[in-house]
Design a protein around this ligand. Structure first.
Ligand code: ATP
Ligand code: MG
Length: 395
């Protein structure tokens, strides 16, 4: 696919001083951290977000409007030098409207693929990348058939609007269905279908993975590409709990090769994250996120250049920064309730990030990053932090 948007010429002649006005669709914590990185480089920001006081409103101007508000989108596109996003479920028509008036990076094509799990799987398969076995689901009958066909436990996911494990139902092994009332039984298939409100879905085979990893990659509008070290992620209750960066990761090369294919096929501009399952020592793609990603938050202080700074550099066509880790690094999410910042910061190497959100169960309120000179020290610092920070399933 070729990008033919004439608006995507460089917004300013090379060497000309002065910051740019960057528009961001979405004003959550990802927007806030993008803004913090960009302001430090001399840029200013406008965020479009329907919330009253979203986290990013503390960093720049806030246009309070729905993501399909044509007038607000037009204002953002006209007033800003370029536009990016921090939320992947921006309606496609809105993304296209902004891209017609300005230059949206990443563009509508990347969004279209990432917004629909079915399109996404077909896209990965088209690139020759492995995904978990899956079936398209449009009815209860499809679920019954799909569970039998996939064999073993499976997971039903709505094609659209899933995050933090929402829109998902786990189904037990159909082999036990007949005598245990499992999903081979139409009753359970029907209740799973009801639980996702009959939305178009995919059924995936449950992967008995060794671990979950993700790669955060960045491609500049000049075509330059860089990769962060592979992150190992631990989820609790469907929410990311911990990310750890390994110094000697055997799957780094395989993950980079996959990410490069995706970035180049989409002529992607900005930061992109891809989540994988590791099984039999190899990668199966779970999904991608066309934006800065929670599993890249460790890079704030843990890498020479954060994912946020590199995203801003990428959309401006500026040279990308070094993605190497500054040592051993990890991140813990603060979900549901906040711990005592002073106790957290008493752990050496840790830093505190508070998004300024009202606490609610399962809500990501902040994160803590921690660095150390080596992995043994990192593990002991993480152990200490875990006595202070409740995991998502306990918060
Ligand atoms: P997030 O917003 O946190 O990325 P999400 O709602 O987009 O989550 P997924 O990433 O698809 O959903 O799934 C959430 C978690 O559920 C995964 O990280 C993994 O732990 C588990 N999971 C999802 N699909 C599978 C599968 N096919 N096999 C095993 N575990 C799975
Ligand atoms: Mg995920």
């Amino acid at each position: 696919m070729t990008v033919t948007n004439d608006n995507c010429e460089m917004p300013r002649a090379k060497g000309e001083p002065g910051g740019l006005h960057i528009g961001v669709i979405g004003g959550g914590q990802l927007g806030q951290m993008l803004g913090l990185a960009g302001v430090a480089m001399g840029h200013r920001f406008t965020f479009l977000d329907p919330a009253y006081e979203p986290p990013a409103a503390s960093i720049g101007r806030h246009i309070r409007a729905e993501f399909d508000d044509a007038e607000a989108l037009e204002q953002l596109a006209v007033e800003c030098d370029l536009v990016t996003l921090e939320f992947e479920n921006v309606p496609l028509a809105s993304a296209e409207a902004v891209d017609e008036r300005n230059c949206l990076m990443p563009g509508p094509r990347a969004l279209a693929v990432a917004q629909d799990r079915l399109e996404e799987k077909q896209f990965f398969e088209g690139l020759g990348l492995g995904v978990a076995p899956w079936e398209q689901i449009d009815s209860v009958r499809d679920i019954v058939r799909g569970v039998k066909h996939l064999g073993g436990a499976s997971i039903l996911k709505t094609r659209r609007f899933g995050y933090d494990g929402k829109g998902q139902v786990r189904l037990a092994d159909s082999a036990h269905a007949a005598h245990e009332g499992g999903p081979g039984n139409p009753g359970e298939a029907a209740s799973a279908w009801e639980a996702i409100a009959g939305a178009p879905a995919v059924l995936e085979k449950m992967i008995d993975f060794e671990r979950e990893v993700s790669i955060v990659a960045v491609r500049s509008r000049t075509g330059e590409i860089r990769f962060y070290p592979l992150a190992t992620n631990t989820h609790r209750a469907g929410i990311l709990w911990q990310t750890v960066i390994a110094d000697d990761e055997p799957l780094q090369h395989e993950a980079e090769a996959a990410a490069r294919l995706v970035l180049e096929k989409l002529e992607y501009v900005g930061v992109l994250a891809i989540e994988f399952f590791v099984r039999d020592g190899h990668l199966l793609i779970n999904e991608m996120a066309p934006r800065v990603h929670n599993s890249g938050h460790w890079s704030l202080g843990g890498a020479r250049t954060s994912q946020f700074e590199n995203h801003i550099r990428a959309i401006l066509g500026w040279p990308l920064g070094d993605t190497a880790p500054a040592g051993a690094a990890a991140m813990l999410n603060l979900v549901g309730r906040m711990p005592d910042p002073e106790a957290v910061l008493a752990v050496p190497g840790s830093s505190w990030h508070d998004y300024g959100k009202t606490p609610r169960p399962r809500r990501k309120l902040g994160h803590v990053t921690v660095t150390a000179p080596d992995h043994i020290t990192l593990e002991s610092r993480l152990d200490r932090l875990k006595t202070l920070i409740a995991p998502p399933d306990a918060a």
